[in-house]
Design a protein around this ligand. Structure first.
Ligand code: G6P
Length: 494
């Protein structure tokens, strides 16, 4: 099925809709903008963090959709409003809900559990109660704003109960769910005291999307084991005759947007300025991450500092620029991480730096897209080494910005992006010696070899951009006519 230019397949304006009811709704924990309270008490809006927003906003704008989400601070109810071509429907969270639903269950229980226990998850029953209450609020908001027969696309681990809650309220809707982070194997997921409720929540969707096929398989296996439904390959057969499909849809970036940005004179000039300010090093290594313990920042900086200490690299001609975007700062594990990185950077620069030549240039800050594009253009070696990552859009953004076809990408094999960017210099982020060897290899590789790899990766990123991702998901959600109707499961199930 092919879509009319500029529209998303499966989404059409319904004749019966009221003016406020939308035909395509995204339900995500965050609105694409955060409300910021200034010192004088006035409020303003700024783009919210995370890859999800940059991934979905263009698709939503083209389809006059509504976006339901949290404005990013504890606060009062707010009316829906228009911003930059989107209808935004704020869902309010109280102080207690920010602590229990967002910082607690979402980011101190689910986040570490779904990322291979990169930190120890905390299980608290009151956090779970808050997760249920807040998910119900999002489901109510979606039900109230959806036109008859609308398509609702629920996003990510914060809202896994919404699909079933929404189906209960509005059986007329097509409901899709997409998980941006990894879905763990049964052995890990089964630790969760509320495992069955989460699986049943997700089964409210018609289509459950994951980054990788392994995650979809983990989900189907868990549904069979823990809920007891019949399954066959990517399909779950519910007792009431409904079917749910679980498939992989690797997310991507606004490739053209990044290419245009990288081609602009301002960005090129800024890239040159960055290199000059760093003393025109021969090799500029770059890391850009949310400050998160899954990202492997500490191990990567340690590997780099050892290369200098061992004499393989010299601060006169190599520097590591690490940007760490502040994130979830009230969660203990994140506070601890910040202290650990501060301490490591201080020690490395104290021990190995020279006047005007730090080994690591560390920026704990978030930057606009233009500055990111300039950094991508300025870097010789991009180092992306998460212990576990659903996809990692930074790796794809770097590739999109390398308009001249040069630049090396060192990439963890445990990032979802490694499935597609096979020509990156792949590393095991737990293996410090392996990372050292590969970072060195990437920095010394022949330009021809670097270009060969980058060419292949650029082809992948330009062919599979974020609109391809969104339209593939929405086509699959709208397609499969048999999945709209009740059906019996086939004789042969697994
Ligand atoms: C990841 C998650 C997103 C989240 C983003 C930023 O990319 O998959 O759902 O929005 O991190 O995290 P935050 O907690 O600030 O929303």
């Amino acid at each position: 099925m092919s879509a009319a230019p500029g529209t998303v397949p499966g989404v059409s304006r319904s004749s019966t809709q009221q003016s406020s009811a939308a035909d395509l709704l995204v339900v995500a924990n965050r609105l694409p903008v955060d409300q910021v309270v200034e010192a004088d008490g006035s409020t303003s809006w700024r783009p919210s963090p995370g890859g999800l927003v940059s991934a979905l906003a263009p698709v939503m704008r083209r389809n006059q959709g509504a976006w339901i989400g949290w404005p990013g601070n504890a606060g009062e109810e707010m009316e829906p409003f228009e911003e930059d071509g989107l209808t935004l429907v704020p869902v309010a969270l109280s102080e207690e809900e920010v602590a229990e639903f967002y910082e607690g269950f979402s980011n101190d229980t689910l986040w570490p559990l779904y990322h291979d226990l990169a930190a120890k998850p905390s299980f608290h029953r009151e956090w779970w109660d808050s997760y249920v209450r807040v998910n119900q609020r999002f489901a109510d908001a979606a039900a109230a704003n959806a036109a008859e027969g609308a398509t609702v696309w629920v996003q990510d681990y914060q809202l896994q109960l919404v699909p079933a809650m929404l189906r209960e309220l509005r059986p007329d809707l097509r409901i899709g769910f997409y998980l941006h982070i990894p879905f763990p194997p049964a052995e890990l997921f089964s630790q969760l005291p509320w495992r069955r409720q989460i699986l049943e929540g997700l089964l409210g969707a018609d289509l459950v999307g994951f980054q990788l096929s392994g995650a979809a398989q983990n989900f189907v296996r868990l549904v069979r084991q823990r809920v007891g439904h019949k399954t066959h390959r990517d399909t779950v057969y519910l007792p009431d005759g409904r079917v749910v499909r679980a498939r992989a849809f690797p997310i991507s970036i606004d490739t053209e947007g990044f290419e245009e940005l990288a081609a602009s004179e301002e960005v090129q000039a800024r890239a040159a300025e960055i290199r000059r300010d760093l003393g025109n090093p021969r090799t500029l290594f770059l890391g850009i991450d949310r400050l998160d313990y899954t990202k492997g920042i500490h191990a990567r900086l340690r590997a780099f500092s050892e290369l200098i200490a061992d004499g393989h690299l010299d601060v006169e001609d190599a520097v590591f620029v690490q940007v760490a975007t502040p994130s979830r700062e009230r969660v203990d594990q994140y506070r601890q991480l910040r202290d650990d990185i501060d301490q490591l950077v201080g020690r490395v620069n104290g021990d190995l730096g020279r006047i005007g030549r730090p080994a690591i240039s560390y920026l704990h800050s978030s930057f606009p897209r233009e500055e990111m594009a300039a950094l991508y253009r300025a870097a010789d070696v991009m180092v992306v080494t998460p212990f576990r990552d659903g996809m990692n859009l930074v790796a794809k953004e770097y590739v999109a910005c390398r308009l001249d076809g040069d630049g090396a990408l060192v990439l963890s094999e445990f990032a979802g992006a490694a499935d597609e960017l096979r020509q990156a210099y792949l590393v095991n982020p737990y293996d410090i010696n392996g990372m050292k060897a590969t970072m060195l290899e990437a920095s010394r590789a022949q330009p021809k070899e670097v270009a060969r790899r980058m060419r292949a990766m650029r082809k992948t990123v330009s062919e599979h951009d974020v609109s391809h991702w969104a339209s593939t998901f929405l086509t699959s959600l709208a397609g499969d006519p048999e999945s709209h109707t009740k059906q019996t499961h086939p004789a042969e199930e697994s």
